[in-house]
Design a protein around this ligand. Structure first.
Ligand SMILES: C[S@@+](CC[C@H](N)C(=O)[O-])C[C@H]1O[C@@H](n2cnc3c(N)ncnc32)[C@H](O)[C@@H]1O
Length: 291
């Protein structure tokens, strides 16, 4: 079973873990692409004794499509697995309050116009972010990585009446588009910064009740170090993509992002001045409380 001519060199432990995941998620084989058997699915590759399913995450946004888009054209094989069974994802979404009209518009716009639309938090995680925000009723929220504004809009819903959300985006076009969405419902209460978060964070003088880290993975540790001193005691930090499509299960992660997310979680787990829980939602979300 070859996929796009890549070579296979996986550690047996990682392979076994993935096999376990696949056996669990695909028992009775709810086929990932809806119509192909495991043997015929071009996203599935035999690695040693194991069948490994490779896929970009969030297949719920591209149900009919070929969504194993992250398989590299050459070199080493990457582990990119569906972490959540699409059927379970659909079930959970069914029993979650529906997206409001603005969030649906942001999602539809992003899918239609953005090749990286998979980066958007999506319905289930978005609702979770909103709920966390409602639980805390934060006065000051910081988001690192705006993209088209989906998660900022979710987090903003739970703000205290005098609350403000600051969000930082490197790319001008995304920042501008997000601003249009923000103005539709949170005029003046979502403050959008355009530029490199590493440069902007030191000059935003606020004390944060809630922080969402969701920008470039290689800078997560740096973001955390910059932000923690400005988080109030018992304030919270959420960090997205801590599973990085399952690449963190590899003994030696091969992509820079996979390596970065492994290093971030190691770093967080060793710090004694925070309380933490890793949540198995979407691509993995770290929830951290400052002690
Ligand atoms: C995963 S997306 C954010 C998704 C968004 N939070 C959501 O859920 O809809 C990551 C974003 O971070 C931005 N980004 C990457 N590096 C950055 C940096 N150094 N400073 C600010 N933003 C950055 C990217 O341009 C991208 O839009």
């Amino acid at each position: 079973m070859q996929a796009k001519g890549t070579s296979s060199r996986q550690g047996s432990r990682a392979g076994a873990l993935v096999l376990l995941l696949i056996t669990t998620l695909y028992s009775g084989f709810v086929s990932a692409h809806g119509r192909e058997s495991l043997e015929e699915d071009s996203c599935v590759r035999r690695i040693g004794e194991n069948m490994v399913h490779l896929s970009a995450y969030q297949p719920q946004y591209d149900i009919g499509g070929q969504y194993c888009t992250e398989i590299p054209k050459g070199g080493d094989t990457y582990l990119v697995v569906d972490l959540i069974d699409p059927a379970i994802q659909a079930y959970a979404e069914k029993y979650t309050s529906p997206e409001d009209a603005l969030l649906s518009e942001v999602s539809a716009y992003t899918q239609a116009h953005h090749k990286e639309h998979h980066m958007l938090s999506g319905h289930l995680q978005g609702k979770f972010l909103e709920m966390v925000s409602w639980m805390i009723r934060p006065r000051r929220i910081l988001e690192i990585g705006t993209f088209t504004g989906y998660s900022a809009l979710c987090l903003a819903k739970g703000m205290a009446p005098d609350g403000e959300l600051h969000t930082i985006e490197l790319r001008e076009a995304d920042s501008a588009r997000a601003r249009e969405f923000f103005n539709a419902s949170f005029t003046g209460r979502i403050i959008s910064h355009t530029g490199n978060a590493l440069e902007l964070l030191p000059v935003i003088n606020e004390t944060w009740d809630l922080v969402f880290i969701d920008a470039d993975k290689v800078s997560y540790i740096e973001y955390f170090k910059l932000v923690l001193p400005r988080v109030r005691q018992n304030g919270f930090i959420l960090a997205d993509n801590v599973f990085f499509h399952g690449q963190v299960l590899e003994e030696q992660a091969k992509t820079k992002n996979g390596k970065a997310m492994k290093a971030f979680s190691e770093y967080i787990s060793e710090r004694q001045d925070i309380d933490k829980v890793m949540i198995t939602i979407r691509d993995g979300l770290y929830l951290i409380r400052k002690l």
